[in-house]
Write a protein that binds this ligand. Sequence first.
Ligand SMILES: [Zn+2]
Length: 183
Amino acid sequence: MLKRILEHNDKFVSERKNLGLDEPISAHANQEVMVFTCMDTRLVDLVEKSMGFERGDIKILKNAGNSIRENCDEIIRCVSLGAIMMGLKEVFVVGHKDCGMKKLTTEDIRAKMIDRGITEDTIDSIEDLAEWSGILKDETENVINAVSKIRESQFVPNDVKVHGLIIDPYSGELEIIINGDEN
Ligand SMILES: [Zn+2]
């Protein structure tokens, strides 16, 4: 895979250079927006376009199941820094239909961890495997939970608008779960 990537990269870089696309652009988000979504492969190149954003417009965060777990502050750290240091004014949590994180079970995860050489001691050191893995019960409830966690965080300024949406991973249609303009 690495060899294929590097071969492609040679062509990619020279084509961009020929087209004049290699000029520096701002590292700041033109639209002052952060999107937090799932790492699902079907969303690659879909979420941004479905919302009308291009390169340079937004900051994007992804994890498995776009979830903010009980003891996971990594997403909050990024939202907080984005708002305070990078001028972001709106956050969109974008969940999606048919999320793989809803199909996982702790039994499967445990069995596959053991298969792949993770020791039982290591697995047993996890207090709650379902919570650690971020298994979802419901995509909508999960979006509502992530929006609430961001809104309630003392590290995120109160003037940051937080919205919750669900995207269809095939049609790209967006459904509003929480409209941050209204509350
Ligand atoms: Zn997902």
